[in-house]
Design a protein around this ligand. Structure first.
Ligand SMILES: Cc1ncc(CN)c(N)n1
Length: 220
């Protein structure tokens, strides 16, 4: 099977994720600041758990070559994505230490612990499939929404668009996707194993939809 089979299996959830009203408003610069603030703090907590999940992928690896695959993603999470969120939140007087003290919202707990549990129960392939909607979806959103017409100075969320549409994130996701293609190559799309992996991917995708929505709902 291929990565594209995972996406096609949950096409309507994938669209709900990558074209969510949160994404539309963020790209247009019209997302209420309170919603973005809630999202960014929760996403910081999400990324912290995600870093643990990549560390788990390294722990679960059987070979040194496999271990090396997890490391760049872990490093990018800690050095680029988390660093972006911390420096953006500084303008609201929030320090990294204060952000770490923020309580996790239910959607943040549900999604991150689902991914970690997929890795604990299953093997490295289960874990990489659970991690994939996060990377692939944001890369697609970045590709579709970060373009030359966006005025990065007037859109308050320009740094988010530049982060996910930029070369560093795009290149990282492209090599993660290649790695996932090799893990999936020997698995038949309609086999029991193929169906298990499609279910994991679809569940994580639905968690992404809920993650956008929880910040909108928190500010109603
Ligand atoms: C919820 C979520 N999903 C994905 C990404 C992209 N790493 C993120 N920052 N946050």
């Amino acid at each position: 099977m291929k990565v594209e089979d995972l996406i096609l299996h949950c096409q309507s959830d994938w669209q709900a994720y990558t074209q969510h009203p949160f994404v539309e408003q963020l790209a247009a610069g019209t997302l209420p600041q309170a919603v973005y603030q809630h999202y960014l703090q929760q996403d910081f907590l999400f990324l912290k758990q995600y870093a643990r999940a990549y560390a788990l992928a390294i722990y679960k690896a059987r070979t040194l070559a496999e271990m090396r695959h997890g490391l760049p993603s872990l490093q990018a999470l800690l050095d680029s994505e988390i660093a972006h969120h911390v420096s953006y939140c500084e303008q609201w007087g929030l320090s990294e230490a204060a952000m770490e003290q923020t309580p996790e919202a239910p959607g943040t707990v549900a999604y991150t612990r689902y991914v970690l549990d997929s890795g604990c129960q299953g093997d490295a392939t289960d874990l990489y499939v659970a991690l994939a909607p996060c990377a692939l979806g944001y890369a697609q959103i970045g590709r579709e929404r970060f373009h030359s017409e966006i005025d990065l100075d007037s859109n308050p969320y320009g740094s988010w668009l530049a982060l996910y549409g930029g070369d560093e994130f795009q290149t990282g996701v492209s090599s993660s996707r290649d790695h996932l293609e090799t893990l999936l190559a020997e698995i038949d799309v309609d086999s029991v194993r193929g169906n298990q992996l499609k279910t994991i991917f679809a569940t994580a995708t639905r968690m992404e939809v809920a993650f956008w929505q929880q910040s909108i709902d928190a500010c109603l």
